[in-house]
Unconditional design. Structure first.
Length: 215
Protein backbone atom coordinates (compact mmCIF):
# COMPACT_ATOMS: atom_id res chain seq x y z
CA UNK A 1 0.00 0.00 0.00
CA UNK A 2 1.20 3.49 -0.89
CA UNK A 3 0.33 6.72 0.89
CA UNK A 4 0.32 10.16 -0.71
CA UNK A 5 -0.12 13.26 1.45
CA UNK A 6 -1.21 16.65 0.14
CA UNK A 7 0.25 19.27 2.44
CA UNK A 8 0.51 23.03 2.54
CA UNK A 9 0.33 25.17 5.66
CA UNK A 10 -1.43 27.86 3.62
CA UNK A 11 -5.12 27.52 2.86
CA UNK A 12 -6.83 28.07 -0.47
CA UNK A 13 -4.17 26.42 -2.60
CA UNK A 14 -6.31 23.54 -3.91
CA UNK A 15 -5.29 20.65 -1.66
CA UNK A 16 -8.78 19.19 -1.40
CA UNK A 17 -9.54 19.57 -5.10
CA UNK A 18 -6.35 17.79 -6.10
CA UNK A 19 -6.80 15.13 -3.42
CA UNK A 20 -10.29 14.29 -4.70
CA UNK A 21 -9.19 14.21 -8.32
CA UNK A 22 -6.08 12.13 -7.67
CA UNK A 23 -7.96 9.60 -5.54
CA UNK A 24 -10.63 9.27 -8.22
CA UNK A 25 -7.94 8.81 -10.87
CA UNK A 26 -6.55 5.84 -8.97
CA UNK A 27 -10.09 4.45 -8.67
CA UNK A 28 -10.80 4.91 -12.38
CA UNK A 29 -7.66 2.95 -13.14
CA UNK A 30 -8.99 -0.02 -11.20
CA UNK A 31 -7.11 0.49 -7.94
CA UNK A 32 -8.56 0.31 -4.45
CA UNK A 33 -8.10 3.93 -3.39
CA UNK A 34 -9.30 5.76 -0.29
CA UNK A 35 -9.14 9.43 0.64
CA UNK A 36 -8.66 10.19 4.33
CA UNK A 37 -9.92 13.65 5.25
CA UNK A 38 -7.83 15.07 8.11
CA UNK A 39 -9.18 18.60 7.69
CA UNK A 40 -11.68 19.67 10.39
CA UNK A 41 -13.46 21.69 7.71
CA UNK A 42 -14.32 18.33 6.07
CA UNK A 43 -14.70 19.71 2.54
CA UNK A 44 -13.72 16.38 0.97
CA UNK A 45 -16.23 14.53 3.14
CA UNK A 46 -18.98 16.99 2.21
CA UNK A 47 -18.15 16.43 -1.46
CA UNK A 48 -18.50 12.69 -0.94
CA UNK A 49 -21.89 13.22 0.71
CA UNK A 50 -23.30 14.69 -2.52
CA UNK A 51 -21.62 12.12 -4.73
CA UNK A 52 -23.92 9.43 -6.18
CA UNK A 53 -21.13 6.87 -6.50
CA UNK A 54 -19.88 5.27 -3.28
CA UNK A 55 -16.35 4.90 -4.59
CA UNK A 56 -13.70 5.99 -4.09
CA UNK A 57 -14.59 6.30 -0.41
CA UNK A 58 -13.78 9.43 1.58
CA UNK A 59 -13.39 9.02 5.33
CA UNK A 60 -13.05 11.83 7.87
CA UNK A 61 -10.65 10.93 10.66
CA UNK A 62 -8.83 12.59 13.52
CA UNK A 63 -5.06 12.90 13.03
CA UNK A 64 -4.60 10.85 16.21
CA UNK A 65 -6.31 7.94 14.43
CA UNK A 66 -4.15 8.09 11.32
CA UNK A 67 -1.69 5.33 12.18
CA UNK A 68 -4.45 2.90 13.21
CA UNK A 69 -6.55 3.74 10.15
CA UNK A 70 -3.61 3.09 7.84
CA UNK A 71 -3.02 -0.28 9.50
CA UNK A 72 -6.67 -1.20 8.92
CA UNK A 73 -6.51 -0.08 5.30
CA UNK A 74 -3.43 -2.22 4.75
CA UNK A 75 -5.21 -5.23 6.23
CA UNK A 76 -8.02 -5.01 3.66
CA UNK A 77 -5.61 -4.74 0.71
CA UNK A 78 -6.03 -1.07 -0.06
CA UNK A 79 -3.74 -0.05 -2.92
CA UNK A 80 -3.33 3.64 -2.21
CA UNK A 81 -4.31 6.14 0.46
CA UNK A 82 -4.51 9.86 -0.27
CA UNK A 83 -4.35 12.20 2.73
CA UNK A 84 -6.06 15.59 2.57
CA UNK A 85 -4.70 17.84 5.31
CA UNK A 86 -5.72 21.14 6.85
CA UNK A 87 -3.73 24.38 6.73
CA UNK A 88 -2.32 25.96 9.87
CA UNK A 89 -2.16 22.61 11.73
CA UNK A 90 1.48 21.71 11.91
CA UNK A 91 1.10 18.62 14.13
CA UNK A 92 -1.51 17.02 11.86
CA UNK A 93 0.47 17.88 8.74
CA UNK A 94 3.58 16.41 10.32
CA UNK A 95 1.75 13.17 11.12
CA UNK A 96 0.53 12.92 7.53
CA UNK A 97 3.97 13.69 6.14
CA UNK A 98 5.59 11.01 8.28
CA UNK A 99 3.06 8.44 7.08
CA UNK A 100 3.54 9.28 3.41
CA UNK A 101 5.57 7.70 0.65
CA UNK A 102 5.16 10.89 -1.38
CA UNK A 103 4.26 14.45 -0.41
CA UNK A 104 2.51 16.72 -2.89
CA UNK A 105 2.50 20.43 -2.09
CA UNK A 106 -0.16 22.23 -4.14
CA UNK A 107 0.77 25.86 -4.69
CA UNK A 108 -0.67 28.62 -6.82
CA UNK A 109 1.88 30.78 -8.66
CA UNK A 110 1.13 33.85 -6.54
CA UNK A 111 3.49 35.87 -4.39
CA UNK A 112 1.56 35.27 -1.15
CA UNK A 113 1.55 31.51 -1.76
CA UNK A 114 5.29 31.52 -2.39
CA UNK A 115 6.01 33.56 0.73
CA UNK A 116 3.98 31.13 2.83
CA UNK A 117 5.76 28.11 1.38
CA UNK A 118 8.71 28.25 3.76
CA UNK A 119 6.73 26.87 6.72
CA UNK A 120 5.73 23.86 4.66
CA UNK A 121 9.29 23.42 3.40
CA UNK A 122 10.60 23.41 6.97
CA UNK A 123 8.10 20.70 7.90
CA UNK A 124 9.08 18.57 4.91
CA UNK A 125 12.75 18.77 5.82
CA UNK A 126 11.95 17.26 9.21
CA UNK A 127 10.42 14.08 7.77
CA UNK A 128 12.76 13.60 4.80
CA UNK A 129 10.03 12.12 2.60
CA UNK A 130 10.15 12.73 -1.18
CA UNK A 131 8.19 15.92 -1.80
CA UNK A 132 7.27 17.94 -4.86
CA UNK A 133 5.39 21.17 -5.41
CA UNK A 134 2.56 20.91 -7.92
CA UNK A 135 1.68 24.29 -9.39
CA UNK A 136 -2.08 24.68 -9.32
CA UNK A 137 -4.42 27.26 -10.80
CA UNK A 138 -1.86 28.09 -13.47
CA UNK A 139 -2.93 30.82 -15.95
CA UNK A 140 -3.26 29.70 -19.54
CA UNK A 141 -0.85 32.36 -20.77
CA UNK A 142 2.23 34.13 -19.49
CA UNK A 143 5.41 33.13 -17.72
CA UNK A 144 4.23 33.37 -14.12
CA UNK A 145 4.33 29.59 -13.60
CA UNK A 146 7.89 29.34 -14.91
CA UNK A 147 8.95 32.19 -12.64
CA UNK A 148 7.23 30.58 -9.63
CA UNK A 149 8.87 27.22 -10.32
CA UNK A 150 12.28 28.86 -10.49
CA UNK A 151 11.70 30.70 -7.21
CA UNK A 152 10.49 27.56 -5.43
CA UNK A 153 13.55 25.62 -6.50
CA UNK A 154 16.16 28.33 -6.02
CA UNK A 155 14.86 30.23 -3.01
CA UNK A 156 12.84 27.66 -1.06
CA UNK A 157 14.70 24.51 -2.01
CA UNK A 158 11.78 22.30 -2.99
CA UNK A 159 11.49 20.28 -6.18
CA UNK A 160 8.72 21.18 -8.60
CA UNK A 161 6.76 18.48 -10.42
CA UNK A 162 6.64 18.70 -14.21
CA UNK A 163 2.86 18.36 -14.13
CA UNK A 164 0.96 21.65 -13.87
CA UNK A 165 -2.72 22.09 -13.11
CA UNK A 166 -4.39 24.92 -14.97
CA UNK A 167 -7.06 27.30 -13.82
CA UNK A 168 -10.15 25.62 -15.27
CA UNK A 169 -13.89 25.87 -14.69
CA UNK A 170 -14.12 22.07 -14.70
CA UNK A 171 -12.41 21.92 -11.30
CA UNK A 172 -14.90 24.39 -9.82
CA UNK A 173 -17.82 22.47 -11.28
CA UNK A 174 -16.54 19.25 -9.79
CA UNK A 175 -16.82 20.60 -6.25
CA UNK A 176 -20.56 21.24 -6.56
CA UNK A 177 -21.48 18.19 -8.64
CA UNK A 178 -19.95 15.34 -6.64
CA UNK A 179 -18.05 14.28 -9.75
CA UNK A 180 -14.48 15.00 -10.70
CA UNK A 181 -13.38 16.74 -13.87
CA UNK A 182 -12.33 13.46 -15.47
CA UNK A 183 -15.83 12.10 -14.87
CA UNK A 184 -17.62 15.23 -16.07
CA UNK A 185 -15.44 15.81 -19.14
CA UNK A 186 -13.37 12.66 -19.80
CA UNK A 187 -11.77 14.19 -22.91
CA UNK A 188 -11.29 17.65 -21.45
CA UNK A 189 -8.02 19.37 -20.64
CA UNK A 190 -8.61 19.09 -16.89
CA UNK A 191 -8.98 15.32 -17.25
CA UNK A 192 -5.72 15.22 -19.21
CA UNK A 193 -3.95 17.14 -16.46
CA UNK A 194 -5.19 14.78 -13.76
CA UNK A 195 -4.22 11.80 -15.88
CA UNK A 196 -0.71 13.21 -16.13
CA UNK A 197 -0.64 13.78 -12.36
CA UNK A 198 -1.76 10.19 -11.78
CA UNK A 199 0.94 8.80 -14.07
CA UNK A 200 3.59 10.95 -12.43
CA UNK A 201 2.46 9.95 -8.92
CA UNK A 202 2.56 6.26 -9.83
CA UNK A 203 6.12 6.65 -11.02
CA UNK A 204 7.22 8.35 -7.82
CA UNK A 205 5.67 5.83 -5.43
CA UNK A 206 6.84 2.82 -7.42
CA UNK A 207 3.43 1.74 -8.70
CA UNK A 208 2.71 0.47 -12.18
CA UNK A 209 0.19 2.76 -13.85
CA UNK A 210 -2.87 0.59 -14.40
CA UNK A 211 -5.02 0.60 -17.50
CA UNK A 212 -8.08 2.78 -17.25
CA UNK A 213 -11.04 0.77 -16.01
CA UNK A 214 -13.91 2.90 -17.16
CA UNK A 215 -14.54 6.25 -18.89
Amino acid sequence: MKTIALINQKGGVGKTTLALHLTTAFHLHGLNAVLLDLDPQSSATEWFDIRTDEVPPVRAIQPSRLEKTLEQARDINTDVIVLDTAPHTESAALAAARAADLIIVPCQPKIMDLRAMRRTADLIRIVKVPAFVVLNGVPHQGSVADEAAEAITADIGLAVAPVRIGYRVAYDRSLISGQTAQELEPQGKAAQEIEALYMWACEHVGMTAAKRRRP
